[in-house]
Design a protein around this ligand. Structure first.
Ligand SMILES: [Zn+2]
Ligand SMILES: [Zn+2]
Length: 402
């Protein structure tokens, strides 16, 4: 592994920042303290900062030389509304809030890169350090885009990185094309007619209709979607009724749909609506149908993905880079940035869990788990990747001629 020595030397400082952010988690669009910590550090290192982009987003700008070329490196800052069960000193100080997705580590890795890039400036052009808010369901990436991120600060490409438990620390996964799924929510209400449960013939039972709809929806995955495509349709909530002897007026079906293409989401939404509407009509009931599109599929661009893989190989060696990693049905709002700009998103292995507090069971500990912690060993590895990516992308003309 070829880590950059000054970054390794600076690890203790970056780790301290990471643990401080971990101890003070903030939720979607409330990342004021986190944004302040980032801003203070960047300014201390002489890096100009734009604050309040897309709410609490922060943009650091490192410019060098005369080139108008530019790229963006993105980290996320927000935590999750859940209770941490770890007992180490840097555990969450905020009740019911926790950095269980490692965004504290993503922020710290980008800060580590920023510190080095600002001091050494071995590139020609501009590196934009994008610290986005509200990745966990708040669409912070699109908030920054809508606030003019790419218009006011033109960049050719944008790159993202997320830690991934279960991949060995120091190994990376990436793939061209779809890497994470589109996530969507549905809220469907079957409007029947309540009755005494002993007189079902006087009502329209929404529960029986809701069950038929939920079962028929599964034929969308098995009969309408191509068997070669991945799609998930999960009904995760059914709400109806409040008594043993009353047929309620309404029943609600709630859940999620995941797929890797917008065409597939279009197909699933259209079939869900048709099945719900016509099934209800067959029983003289009506439907309220709401389908919310949250995040689009995350699609890596082939050229930038090949470039990122090459840079990674130069840092950690061929054997630690899986350039055909398996996509996941999880979602990620960096997808919005990759719709607007070419770029690539990579997984950095968070290890097998050896770095964790003892006593929370075996295994690597998945993201969003109450005993999760970001692996500090990744800090110099991720920061080195960011630096080499920027330096290679914005190579000086004199270097390129060699
Ligand atoms: Zn998450
Ligand atoms: Zn995350």
């Amino acid at each position: 592994m070829k880590l950059i020595d000054p970054i390794v030397q600076f690890q203790a400082e970056i780790q301290q920042i990471r643990r401080d952010i971990h101890a003070h988690p903030e939720l979607c669009y409330e990342e004021h303290r986190t944004a302040d910590v980032i801003t203070r550090q960047l300014q201390q290192w002489g890096i100009p900062v734009v604050s309040g982009l897309g709410g609490t987003g922060v943009l650091g700008i490192i410019k060098n030389g005369n080139s108008t070329r530019a790229l963006g490196l993105r980290a996320d800052m927000d935590a999750l509304p859940m209770q941490e069960i770890n007992s180490f000193p840097h555990r969450s100080q905020h009740e019911g809030k926790m950095h269980a997705c490692g965004h504290d580590g993503h922020t710290a890795m980008l800060l580590g890169a920023a510190h080095y890039l600002a001091q050494h400036r071995n590139f020609d052009g501009t590196v934009y350090l994008i610290f986005q808010p509200a990745e966990e369901g708040g669409g912070g990436a699109s908030a920054m885009i809508n606030d003019g991120l790419f218009e006011k600060y033109p960049m050719e490409a944008v790159f993202g990185m997320h830690n991934w438990p279960g991949i060995p620390a120091g190994s990376f996964g990436l793939t061209p094309g779809p890497m994470m799924a589109s996530s969507n929510e549905f809220y469907v209400t079957v409007k029947g007619k309540g009755a005494h449960a002993a007189q079902p013939h006087k009502g329209i039972d929404p529960i029986m209709i809701a069950i038929q709809i939920a079962q028929s929806w599964q034929t969308i995955v098995s009969r309408n979607a191509s068997p070669l495509e991945s799609v998930v349709l999960s009904v995760t909530q059914i709400h109806a009724g409040s008594a043993t002897n009353v047929i309620p007026d309404d029943a609600q079906l709630v859940g999620t749909v995941r797929a890797f293409s917008n065409d597939m989401i279009d197909l699933v939404e259209q079939r869900m609506r048709a099945i719900a509407t016509h099934t209800a009509a067959a029983f003289d009931a009506e439907i309220d149908f709401e389908f919310r599109r949250n995040y689009p599929p995350l699609i890596n661009h082939p050229v930038e993905t090949a470039f990122a893989a090459e840079v990674l190989r130069s840092v950690v060696g061929d054997e630690r880079v899986n350039a055909q990693t398996e996509p996941t049905m999880g979602a990620e709002d960096f997808a919005f940035m990759l719709q607007a700009k070419p770029g690539c998103y990579v997984f950095i292995g968070n290890g097998e869990g050896d770095h964790r507090d003892a006593g929370h069971g075996l295994g690597p500990c998945n993201l969003h788990n109450p005993s999760y912690d970001f692996n500090d060993d990744l800090l110099p590895i991720g920061a080195t990747y960011w630096v080499r990516l920027a330096e290679t992308y914005l190579k000086k003309a004199t270097d390129a001629a060699i």
